[in-house]
Design a protein around this ligand. Structure first.
Ligand SMILES: [Zn+2]
Length: 353
C-alpha cells in the first residue's frame, strides 16, 4: 500500500506525526501543497505559486506575487504594485498592526523591511501564534518600513542567505561604498549604471545616490514604481527619466537584463555596478555583465536570520527558500527545533540583482 502523502493527512494525523520530543504539536496545520505553502487552520495559502481562492501575498516581487488569486490578502502598497502588472483578482487590503478576523483565526500584518509594502503574517489560532516572514530584512532602508520582530510560537522563516558565509557589511558602509564608487567613476568621465529591480533595490539605489547629491536618471519601469513610492510618501528625491543622450555626468539606475544591456550599448563610457547580497560571491556580478559589485541586500543575512528566530521566542521554526539545510542545522545547534518546508524553486528571478 502506498504511503499517504502529507496532503492526504488530516489535522489529527499531522499532530500525531509531529508529536515528537523536539517538535511540539501546534494547531496551525502548516503544509506544502502543489499550489504552495498552506495554513490549514485559516484555509489560506502563503505566496502561492499557482492561482488559488485565498492567498496572503507578502510582497509584490514576481517570485512571490505570481498569480491573480481569487482574494489576495496584502498591504495597500503591495496591491498597488501588483495592479501594475495583474489586471484581475480581488484585494483584501490591511494596514500594519491592525488585527482582523479570518474564519476561526485572527490575522495581523507586520512590516518585513524587504521592500515597500512587504509584510509578515501573524496567524493567531487556538491560543497560539504563527508568523510567516515572507522575504525579510532587519536592517534599515530609505524606502520602506523597518521590519518588526513579532513574538510567536511557530515561525516560518525565509532562508535565502541561511549560510554562515553570508555576513553582510553594515548598511551605512554599503551606502558609502555606493556613493564613493559613483563619484570615482564620474571623476574618470565614466557613467555609473547601478543595477536594481523596479521594486525595492532600484528605488533604494536611486534614493541613496540622490541623497548623496548625485543627479540620478531612472529607467522607465523604475520610474513607474517610483510614482507609487511618491504617492505613498516614501520617495521625495529629485530623479529624472533616463535619456541615454544626456547620461554623461549623471548616475543611472536600471534593472539588469535587456534594459541594462541597451544602456551599455547606447551610453558611451557606461560601467555597470551589481548591487546585491550575492555580491559576496566572487565574480557573481559578471553574470549580469557588471564591471563592479557592492554588497547591499534587501534580505536578512545569516546572523540576522538567527537573531530573528531567537528574538521571536518561537518554540519551533520552519525554514523555506534558499539555504534551508544549513540554517536548519544552525538553528538546531542553538537549541531551536527547525524543519524544512520545501516549496520548490521560485518561478522567476531567484538571484537577480
Ligand atoms: Zn522579494
Amino acid at each position: 500500500m502506498p504511503c499517504p502523502t502529507e496532503d492526504r493527512l488530516n489535522s489529527a494525523d499531522q499532530l500525531l506525526l509531529f508529536a515528537e520530543p523536539d517538535w511540539p504539536p501546534d494547531p496551525f496545520d502548516v503544509r506544502v501543497r502543489a499550489e504552495g505553502l498552506y495554513v490549514g487552520c485559516a484555509d489560506l495559502y502563503l505566496d502561492a505559486r499557482l492561482k488559488v481562492d485565498r492567498c496572503f501575498i507578502s510582497h509584490a516581487h514576481t517570485d512571490h506575487a505570481c498569480a491573480a488569486h481569487g482574494v489576495t490578502v496584502c498591504t495597500s502598497a503591495t496591491a498597488r504594485f501588483m495592479r501594475l502588472r495583474l489586471r484581475s483578482g480581488e484585494f483584501d487590503v490591511h494596514p500594519f498592526g491592525r488585527p482582523f478576523p479570518w474564519g476561526d483565526a485572527r490575522l495581523t500584518l507586520h512590516p518585513a523591511g524587504h521592500v515597500l509594502g512587504s509584510a509578515q503574517l501573524l496567524v493567531e489560532y487556538g491560543g497560539q501564534r504563527l508568523v510567516y516572514t515572507g522575504d525579510i530584512k532587519l536592517g534599515p532602508s530609505l524606502t520602506c518600513e523597518r521590519a518588526k520582530v513579532v513574538p510567536c510560537d511557530v515561525l516560518i522563516c525565509e532562508s535565502t542567505f541561511g549560510l554562515e558565509k553570508f555576513r553582510f557589511p553594515p548598511v551605512a558602509q554599503a551606502r558609502r561604498q555606493i556613493a564613493h564608487l559613483a563619484g570615482e567613476l564620474l571623476a574618470a568621465d565614466r557613467v555609473p549604471v547601478f543595477l536594481g529591480y523596479s521594486l525595492g533595490r532600484g528605488p533604494e539605489l536611486a534614493a541613496i545616490l540622490a541623497q548623496a547629491g548625485f543627479e540620478v536618471m531612472v529607467e522607465e519601469s523604475i520610474g513607474q514604481h517610483l510614482r507609487v513610492y511618491r504617492e505613498l510618501g516614501w520617495f521625495d528625491w529629485p530623479v529624472r527619466p533616463l535619456d541615454p543622450r544626456k547620461a554623461r555626468g549623471r548616475v543611472v539606475v536600471t534593472p539588469a537584463g535587456p534594459a541594462a544591456a541597451a544602456i551599455a550599448r547606447q551610453v558611451t563610457g557606461a560601467e555597470l555596478v551589481y548591487v546585491s547580497g550575492w555580491a559576496m560571491l566572487a565574480g557573481y556580478g559578471r553574470r549580469f555583465g557588471a564591471d563592479h559589485a557592492v554588497c547591499l541586500s534587501d534580505h536578512a543575512d545569516f546572523d540576522d536570520l538567527l537573531r530573528l528566530a531567537g528574538r521571536t521566542g518561537a518554540r519551533k521554526v520552519y525554514v523555506t527558500h534558499g539555504y534551508t539545510r544549513p540554517l536548519r542545522d544552525s538553528l538546531a545547534a542553538r537549541g531551536i527545533p527547525s524543519r524544512i518546508l520545501n516549496v520548490g524553486a521560485p518561478r522567476r528571478r531567484a538571484r537577480s540583482p
